[in-house]
Design a binder for this molecule. Structure first.
Ligand SMILES: NC(=O)c1ccc[n+]([C@@H]2O[C@H](COP(=O)([O-])OP(=O)(O)OC[C@H]3O[C@@H](n4cnc5c(N)ncnc54)[C@H](O)[C@@H]3O)[C@@H](O)[C@H]2O)c1
Length: 338
């Protein structure tokens, strides 16, 4: 049984902890959050030790692995500390939001030989695994384009995240789509053009983009266009949704989680039951559990992860180029090939 520590006890830290419950592979033995109440509350639920400082947790606990689920711009310091402590790491997306942080993180990981898995959820979802398989089999012909839209209800940047003004729908939402495209096309990105619109969230005192539109050209000339939208109304039936398609010279494959696959209406309420995570005979299965246990098997079997840190770093470079293009009025930004 692997001993797991969780760093960042917010929405995702709690979600990952829930995925670990009764797992045959991992047990959460320590949690850490700079807010003592957040750490204490999750620690009590998991029967784990609570810490408010990452280094103290790493010094005192004998952990095999950690999950880092701190806010978008705050991944670097816990990540580097965990690399130096020789832990296996599952890192929330985006890899980093500052290219210098990204370089330091990759250097620390290489120096210490850590196993790192990105929490790039799409790689563990059947929709995108089917896309990857279709692309790899050649049945779509030569891949030439893709489009993707990812949305959240405005609840997410205004109520759920305290730090929305320090990130954007690009870092928060498009990080998944950009990674999916680089993975499915198995190509390097070469140039980016992007536009962002700031109106609604700024009017509510949150200085970030409402909508980001980006076009990414890959080495073969394939063109991929993306929209990250953070201001869908709170009346929208789903909190979050994604549409994505990949077109090749011989075919197209697409997925749409914007429309509910299940619906429930009672006398008092309309709701959409969750279908991605559930229990069978008391054993938890589904998206996050699959991702966590894939991480655990990679550690135990010493195999390669399906979501490597280097891919997170590549996606980060594209997201940095999107930021630059938006800041420079939609100018084309070329990606450095290193
Ligand atoms: N994979 C996904 O589908 C998915 C979905 C949502 C969010 N995320 C990502 O997960 C990360 C966390 O998001 P969230 O919604 O849980 O945020 P959150 O604000 O709910 O939780 C973050 C927690 O980290 C804590 N924290 C900050 N700095 C810390 C530090 N140095 N040490 C310990 N704790 C620290 C904060 O106090 C907070 O409790 C983000 O990078 C986000 O983009 C991923």
């Amino acid at each position: 049984m692997l001993k797991l520590g969780i760093i960042g006890c917010g929405t995702m830290g709690k979600a990952h902890a829930a995925s670990a419950k009764d797992s045959s592979y991992v047990r959460v033995t320590a949690v850490c959050d700079v807010f003592p109440e957040a750490a204490k509350s999750l620690a009590e639920q998991m029967n784990a030790a609570a810490y408010t400082d990452v280094q103290t947790m790493l010094d005192k606990e004998e952990l095999d692995a950690v999950i880092i689920a701190t806010p978008d711009g705050l991944h670097a310091e816990p990540f580097i500390a965990c690399c130096k402590a020789k832990k296996a790491i599952m890192l929330e997306k985006p890899f980093a939001t500052d290219p210098e942080d990204g370089k330091r993180m990759i250097a620390a990981m290489k120096e210490n030989g850590n196993l790192v898995q990105m929490a790039h959820l799409f790689r563990f979802l059947p929709f995108y695994i089917n896309m990857k398989n279709a692309a790899e089999s050649g049945e779509l012909g030569e891949l030439i384009s893709s489009s993707g839209t990812s949305i959240d209800r405005i609840f997410v940047p205004t109520k759920m995240l305290k730090w929305a003004g320090k990130t954007s729908p690009s870092w928060f939402l498009l990080s998944h789509l950009i990674d999916a495209i680089l993975w499915i096309f198995a190509e390097k990105p070469v140039k980016v053009r992007a536009t962002g619109i700031k109106k609604k969230l700024v009017s509510m005192g949150i200085d970030t983009y409402d909508v980001v539109k980006a076009e990414v050209t890959l080495a073969s000339g394939a063109v991929c266009s993306f929209e990250g939208n953070w201001i869908y109304p709170n009346s929208w039936p789903i909190m979050a949704g994604v549409m994505m398609s990949v077109t090749g010279t011989e075919g197209t494959i697409s997925t749409n989680t914007m429309d509910p696959i299940m619906q429930k209406g009672t006398a008092s309420e309309y709701s959409i039951p969750g279908i991605l995570e559930y229990e069978i005979g008391g054993y938890r299965v589904g998206l996050r559990r699959n991702m966590l246990e894939a991480f655990a098997r990679t550690i135990l079997n010493k195999t390669e992860t399906v979501a490597p840190a280097e891919d997170g770093y590549e996606a980060m470079k594209v997201l940095c180029a999107i930021d630059r293009s938006m800041q420079e009025g939609g100018r084309e930004v070329l990606l450095e090939q290193d």
